[in-house]
Design a protein around this ligand. Sequence first.
Ligand code: PSV
Ligand code: MN
Length: 388
Amino acid sequence: MTSFDSIASRLAEQAIELPSWAFGNSGTRFKVFGTPGTPRTPQEKIADAAQVNKYTALSPSVALHIPWDKVDDFSELRSFAQDLGVELGTVNSNTFQDDAYKFGSLTHTDAAVRQKAIDHHFECIDVMDATGSRDLKIWLADGTNYPGQGDLRGRQDRLADSLAKIYARIGEEQRLVLEYKFFEPAFYHTDIPDWGTSYAQVAALGERALVCLDTGHHAPGTNIEFIVMQLLRLGKLGSFDFNSRFYADDDLIVGAADPFQLFRILFEVVRGGGYGADSGVAFMLDQCHNVEDKIPGQIRSVLNVQEMTARALLVDSVALKAAQDAGDVLGANGILMDAFYTDVRADLAAWRESRGLNGDPMAAYAASGYQQKIAEDRVGGVQAGWGA
Ligand code: PSV
Ligand code: MN
């Protein structure tokens, strides 16, 4: 098997963007629990995200959600983030919380509603210009609940038309990433249910339009690594929203529900050239921490991604190809499993220490007193959560 030393330099290339919303309160339709210390402002969310990077050096940027993270001056917010050692990253649009969008946004039959949704994306692009963000991420809640409720074809055509207007506005250095999700909040159909639909839509737009793959947005049993392979093969994998799920769109800590699946995905990422700064594939988290502390939840998440990335890099690709070509079924499978079963935690701790970090970021954060400090300091105001 490949040695840890030989992959160590590649680990330094890893960057995992954090979602600002992971630091706010979240929950289910039954209850959203508040937690002492939860941020009340975009600045406090960014400060918490910077803590994750401080202890892991894995998360140099924070994704924003508009309007949840709206501020008067985004250039100022950018400087605020930079002073804390992080950049502002992907801008996520939101066309799912306004009454006007009850029957759709970019797909709506009413041109005025479509224009409202398009204008919102123009506003997001203005934010990106001020923050220096590269990616505009679009996830739509559009869809229908009952057969016959909407004209599936007409909605798809209007979507293409709306997306073309948004794409025409993004800058030369900017990209549009289009996320798919097979259900929820609409239950009969969603307008972008799968990678094929997202691919068809972005392929029609142009080179700087790509697919965003959210690992939680697939039916149980879906072979997600196959989709990763295909999108990389087609040059259309723009970004990941990492999280994990047991049942639905649970948004749990990546690698928690099925570490082996995360390994298989990352193996295909490495295999297909999707890993590293030049690959054009952005790693992001899209998670919520309903019952656990949010900052340690995010630290655990980026460490899980790093751990499985290291294991994926350890796969002896030369031996694997030889076994595959020779039809050695169990030999090939064994080579992959050897890497998966390798415990890299001690090596990663030593690797961190060699870079001046604490070998155990979870313990270092817990000992820092930051959690107690924000719990004491952040009194009054309204805690951030879905919708703010
Ligand atoms: C809703 O499912 C969702 O989690 C999508 O995955 C988006 O990426 C995220 O919300 C933010 O809008
Ligand atoms: Mn997502």
